[in-house]
Write a protein that binds this ligand. Structure first.
Ligand SMILES: Cc1ncc(COP(=O)(O)O)c(C=O)c1O
Length: 394
């Protein structure tokens, strides 16, 4: 059958592909440790699951909801964000979506015209560039160098008359770096001066470690700026990846148009998940703290071990999210392996550890290691990597 040019230009998500491959190997009886996917390993907290069961038992989950989500949930998102960011949002500033992925997809569909350019500081999350393509936009990677954080001077070099938006992600997937307030003030001034929309993906905002704090670019003013869109969701904070709950925060006019688009795409986000997410936002947050503390312990354990692997280099310790992004240029030289892709494939085949090639995030000679798995498996994975390196160093 004929396949559209639009569909043919899309690459499957590299992280999901690696993970699917690892899951297949596990299903085939191979003892693979999957550090490929950005998915918390905890079961969704019981109170959240119970709220969903209650919504089913009381018949509330059976029906369509408004396209942008249930009003009480939109209000709860506005309230939580107002408390965290010091804003004065109302429910009409919020659209609830089928995961943050859909929040981003709908955002690009809503703000981009064909040929509009979107600046993506590299490394950047895999789906941004594909979603921009699907909106007929053009991704413009911006090299950030060793800090992994973009500066106004670097953005200036890529600015054209067609620049429509800049995507910021802090804490960042895949590096775990966090922009500080002074850096954000400079970026906001740059965006305002150049009439560029900032799409800030704050999905890892609750996952910061060892005293590091997160500031969103949306927090710099008392009101949401006209050129700002915030993306967030339930997946990472509440370990709710399977429930597919995300949201967009934007000026009313953007939310109105984006909701019209969603009404023809998803219809509405799944009702039962909305009741679960409402309970997550309004309930006791102790489960979130517990998961956070587990991630912090994993980072503090795994970072020095991974950094000590021959040829693995992480100059800066990650401060947030749940990934390591070592530079493996030296490891490639030591082993004589020709490319990052081959390195990742051989580690999966020979050491049975699933990792992601940094090229999926726009940066060569790096690997993404997710530490969203238990400590024992993480230590075992590092042992396997160490053995792999020792066997292959020439
Ligand atoms: C940076 C970033 N944004 C958005 C998402 C999407 O999350 P979800 O669609 O599960 O809400 C992810 C998931 O990996 C992510 O890493």
């Amino acid at each position: 059958m004929h396949l559209s040019k639009r569909s043919l230009q899309i690459q499957p998500s590299a992280t999901m592909k690696t993970s699917a491959q690892a899951k297949q190997m596990i299903a085939d009886g191979i003892d693979v440790i999957n550090l490929g996917i950005g998915e918390p390993d905890f079961e969704t907290p019981r109170v959240i699951e119970d709220a969903a069961i209650n919504a089913i038992n009381t018949g509330k989950a059976s029906f369509y909801t408004p396209a942008a989500g249930l009003m009480p949930l939109r209000q709860a998102v506005a309230d939580t964000t107002n408390t965290a960011y010091g804003l004065d949002l109302t429910a009409t500033n919020v659209a609830v979506t089928t995961g943050a992925k859909m929040a981003l997809y709908a955002t690009f569909q809503t703000i981009l015209d064909p040929g509009d350019e979107v600046l993506l500081p590299d490394p950047y999350w895999v789906s941004y560039s594909e979603q921009i393509k699907l909106a007929d936009g053009v991704s413009v990677p911006v090299a950030t160098g060793e800090t992994f954080k973009v500066t106004p001077a670097q953005l200036d070099e890529k600015l054209t008359a067609k620049t429509r938006a800049l995507v910021l992600n802090s804490p960042q997937n895949p590096t775990g770096v966090i922009y500080d307030k002074a850096e954000l003030i400079a970026l906001k001034a740059w965006a305002d001066a150049n009439d560029v929309i900032v799409v800030t993906d704050d999905i890892y905002g609750k996952l910061t470690y060892n005293g590091a704090t997160f500031t969103s670019i949306a927090q710099l003013d008392d009101h949401l700026s006209d050129n700002l869109i915030v993306i967030n969701g339930a997946s990472k904070t509440y370990s709710m990846t399977g429930w597919r709950m995300g949201y967009v925060i934007a000026p009313d006019s953007v939310i109105k148009q984006l909701s019209a688009l969603l009404s023809h795409a998803t219809g509405n986000p799944t009702a039962v998940s909305q009741y679960a997410f409402l309970a997550a936002l309004q309930g006791d947050q102790s489960a979130v703290e517990k998961m956070h503390d587990a991630f912090e312990e994993r980072l503090n354990t795994i970072y020095p071990l991974a950094n000590a692997l021959p040829g693995f280099n992480m100059a800066v310790k990650p401060q947030g999210a749940f990934y390591l992004f070592p530079d493996i240029s030296e490891a490639l030289k030591l082993t004589g392996i020709q490319s990052t892709a081959e390195f990742v494939a051989r580690i999966l085949d020979e050491a049975h550890v699933a990792l992601v090639d940094g090229n999926a995030f726009g940066v060569d000679n790096h690997l993404r290691i997710s530490y969203a798995t238990d400590l024992a498996s993480l230590k075992k994975a590092v042992d396997r990597l160490s053995k792999f390196m020792n066997q292959n160093i020439q």
